[in-house]
Ligand binder design. Structure first.
Ligand SMILES: Cc1ncc(COP(=O)(O)O)c(C=O)c1O
Length: 291
């Protein structure tokens, strides 16, 4: 459990950081969030995460009273105060406080909360044996309803429903297709396949959050001199792939070994996945020091 959090203007003990029950993210999901990892007291891809959340604030029309540099400093300060070597920063911004969905009638002082804590999404064995994945019956919210780049609290109701389907099936993740049947992403991560010597991942137009870990895999593929493509993929591509893996800040890089009970290749994590996992671990050394 975190002891200290950054709340509105500075660091306070966890018990003193409480948002109103009229907070617009609590009432309507009218908030944005970011999950950021730190490794050996260095925050990984801090500016990329902050740019994503600030872009989201601009899109939603939040009146954010903090600059990128101020939020950056707040993240560094609270992570230092939390004093974990490795862990997870959770940054939440809500539009403001007040009843009624119309933003013009509420107090639009955005509530910013930053929590630094530890987080293990999957047990260590899952990184050795890989995850079983099921196809969710819930489809990706189309971009003309809500842009998939928007990491907005409200949209995650669908992802949580998908994750519960995975839990009921005893699987580690749920794959979400778009309305055309193309693969978009999983409930909390992006998907990659290895096919005939190259890496492939759903094209952004399939409707997905363009993950910051996903971007790292593009960097890694270049360093491994492997071709990487963005394509329109279906479950056919997954089931006939040589390897599959998932990426996300919380999950990091984790092998995927089956879809709906059908093994991918021999149902074991493959060699390219192993190389990408090792290269990702090496990349994480390259973060922003918080002390
Ligand atoms: C729906 C969804 N897709 C993909 C990702 C992976 O994104 P990132 O690598 O930026 O954490 C996440 C996690 O943030 C997510 O929630």
């Amino acid at each position: 459990m975190p002891k200290m959090v950054w709340f509105k203007t500075g660091i306070v003990p966890l018990e003193q950081a409480s948002v109103s029950v009229l907070d617009h993210a609590y009432l309507y999901g009218d908030g944005l969030f970011e999950g950021i990892r730190f490794y050996d007291r260095k925050i990984f891809r801090l500016d990329e995460h902050l740019s994503r959340v600030i872009d989201g604030c601009r899109y939603l029309g939040f009146e954010l009273a903090y600059t990128h540099a101020e939020i950056r400093q707040a993240v560094l300060d609270v992570t230092k105060a939390a004093d974990f070597d490795n862990g997870y920063v959770r940054l939440n911004i809500s539009r403001g406080t007040g009843l009624g969905l119309d933003p013009k009638n509420i107090d639009r002082e955005a509530n910013l909360v930053i929590i630094a804590s530890s987080l293990a999404l999957y047990p260590p064995e899952a990184y050795e044996t890989g995850l079983d994945v099921i196809t969710s019956s819930f489809r990706m919210t189309p971009p003309d309803s809500l842009d998939p780049r928007l990491k907005c609290s409200g949209r995650y109701a669908a992802n949580i429903l998908a994750k519960q389907e995975a839990n009921r099936a005893g699987a580690g993740e749920a794959l979400i297709l778009n309305h055309q049947g193309y693969v978009a992403e999983c409930s909390g991560d992006n998907i990659f396949l290895v096919r005939r010597g190259h890496i492939t991942t759903p094209h952004p137009s399939s409707g997905l959050l363009q993950g910051i870990t996903r971007d790292s895999v593009f960097e890694i593929a270049r360093s491994l001199e492997m071709e990487i493509r963005e394509e329109f993929l279906t479950s056919y591509d997954i089931v006939s792939a040589d390897e599959a893996f998932l990426t996300g800040t919380a999950a990091e890089v984790i092998p995927m070994v089956s879809l709906d009970g059908r093994p991918i290749a021999d149902g074991k994590p493959g060699p390219v996945t192993g190389k990408v996992m090792a290269a990702f671990r090496a990349l994480t050394k390259d973060g922003t020091a918080f002390d």
